[in-house]
Design a binder for this molecule. Structure first.
Ligand SMILES: Cc1cc2nc3c(=O)[nH]c(=O)nc-3n(C[C@H](O)[C@H](O)[C@H](O)COP(=O)(O)OP(=O)(O)OC[C@H]3O[C@@H](n4cnc5c(N)ncnc54)[C@H](O)[C@@H]3O)c2cc1C
Length: 466
């Protein structure tokens, strides 16, 4: 590959993700061996499917829970993400308040914050070592327009009742003491975030649910979900409930082709930075994001690298999915440029791995969880890049809905959300590409000195209803 980016001698592009490099990709698992009956069949063994299986088995160990996975457990976004176990929910609170009122939207946010601690505590209890550090999240602004947006965001949080305990502006000394981002103008910090090693969490969850008696059939693609049935080339699982937990891959199921748009996100990771950390700081291992429209997200890994992500090629025509995570040269270059712009010291390092994955985006950019008791079909997803924590909430909520428990979780405003599908092609492709092109140009204008949010970004928001 020819790129202007320094690459490690053992650089890898794709191969699912860097997170599997030290763990190794798992050996080929057992596929489904014919028809069978179950109480609950779950399609997809990412965090959504695994958390749902976990909480169902914990609630009722006698339940027969079967998971059908087209590759291996943790193959999707759950084994590739940026490792932000974050309290942020897809969409704005205003959207959830529109259907359920302000108090319900606030309740949803509160249970999201609590879900972070739930994941940390289950991991501890079940012996899942996922390199978890709850150091919070710092969001930086690197120009005047971003600074203005950051302050508006803070005011918005206060308006929704979140206090200094939940999010606060950092003074320059504290900001620099935490981590030194070149050109930072301002920053906010929130405690509601923990760093994880994503594949370790996925693998640990898969092991835990297997120990609880859940059967996970791998290399088993579900071709159709029907009332009380999940059909595969190797047999049909008949179950009282069939849960779709396929998130960014959902468009691959013909009947749900336009439900959620598969959006790509790409990452690079450096070599271990050694002494270079002296110039950067980042000892608290908080997660790092920015206020750009084409935003970045990063973590300091347990082995002392920076894992850095952002949007690459956002969307492939016809909702195709680039399965094993191969990443385009220009995406690697763009991420490297952004990373070394923020941390010039990193220029002395190299890129060790690049990969991509897909996440699911509903037409209203808000997540949903739902069970239809008439057909037994349920689902959760549409997390729009905020799924690491939300999947845990989804798992507990699906448990309550399936067991028909009348709980607080079962009445939260994201339960049973109805939203229309995405447009047919080529409108879908044109809309998404126009949106990201406008965001890129808005970021460039703001970087060049515009002191307020570029009108191009507002046009972009209105195109896709973000
Ligand atoms: C690069 C990247 C970075 C991200 N960073 C963050 C982050 O830092 N924080 C955050 O909160 N969120 C992040 N996200 C989003 C987050 O990872 C996802 O929202 C979350 O992992 C979704 O989990 P899931 O189980 O619903 O889906 P997935 O993990 O994608 O699992 C779906 C599973 O279903 C399987 N499957 C698909 N179709 C079929 C079928 N027909 N039959 C059988 N099995 C099927 C797939 O193989 C896959 O294993 C990121 C996503 C990406 C791609």
């Amino acid at each position: 590959m020819s790129t202007r980016v320094p690459l490690s001698r053992d650089f890898v592009n794709g191969d699912v993700s860097f997170w599997y490099r030290s763990l190794g990709l798992p050996p080929a698992g057992e596929p489904l061996g014919g028809d069978r009956d179950a109480d609950v069949a779950i399609v997809g063994a990412g965090y959504t499917g695994l958390w749902t299986a976990y909480y169902l088995k914990k609630a009722d160990p006698g339940l027969r829970v079967v998971v059908l996975e087209k590759e291996f457990a943790g193959y999707g976004a759950s084994g590739r993400n940026g490792g932000w176990l974050v309290g942020e929910l897809a969409g704005t609170p205003e959207r959830y308040a529109r259907t359920h009122g302000v108090d319900a939207a606030k309740r949803l946010q509160r249970v999201m914050f609590e879900a972070i601690d739930e994941v940390v505590s289950v991991a501890e209890k079940e012996g899942v070592d996922a390199d978890i550090v709850k150091g919070g999240v710092t969001t930086v602004a690197t120009n005047a327009a971003q600074d203005r947006r950051l302050r508006e965001l803070l005011a918005h949080e206060r308006h929704w009742g979140w206090t200094e305990e939940d999010v606060r502006l950092l003074d320059p000394a504290e900001r620099e003491g935490r981590l030194r981002v070149d050109g930072a103008v301002s920053a906010i910090w929130s405690p509601h975030c923990a760093r994880i090693q994503p594949a370790k969490l996925a693998r640990g969850l898969a092991r835990t649910v297997r120990d609880l008696g859940v059967e996970i059939f791998e290399r088993t693609p579900v071709t159709e979900i029907a009332p009380r049935e999940a059909r595969t080339p190797y047999g049909t699982v008949r179950a009282e409930y069939v849960i779709r937990a396929t998130e960014g891959f959902t468009a691959g199921l013909r009947q749900y082709h336009r439900a959620w748009l598969p959006m790509n996100s790409s990452m690079i990771v450096t070599e271990p930075l050694g002494d270079l950390w002296d110039a950067i700081g980042w000892e608290g291992c908080e997660l790092l994001g920015d206020m750009a429209h084409y935003y970045m997200y990063a973590q300091r890994t347990a082995d002392g690298r920076i894992a850095f992500g952002g949007r690459g090629k956002p969307y492939l025509y016809g909702s195709r999915v680039d399965d094993r995570g191969h990443t385009h040269t220009w995406t690697i270059e763009a991420l490297w440029e952004l990373l070394t712009g923020m941390f010039p010291a990193v220029r002395a390092s190299r890129v060790a791995h690049a990969w991509s994955g897909v996440l699911g985006v509903p037409r209203d950019w808000c997540a949903t969880v739902h069970v239809d008791h008439a057909t037994g079909v349920g689902w959760a997803g549409g997390y729009t890049g905020h799924g690491v924590t939300t999947t845990n909430l989804a798992g507990r909520t699906l448990r309550d809905l399936i067991l028909r428990e009348d709980t607080e979780l079962a009445s939260l405003p994201w339960v049973g959300r109805r939203v229309r599908g995405w447009e047919v092609e080529p409108l879908r492709w044109i809309g998404v590409h126009a949106m990201y092109d406008l965001y890129r140009r808005a970021d460039a204008r703001e970087k060049a000195g515009l002191d307020r949010t570029s009108v191009l970004a507002r046009v972009a928001d209105s195109i896709t209803g973000r």
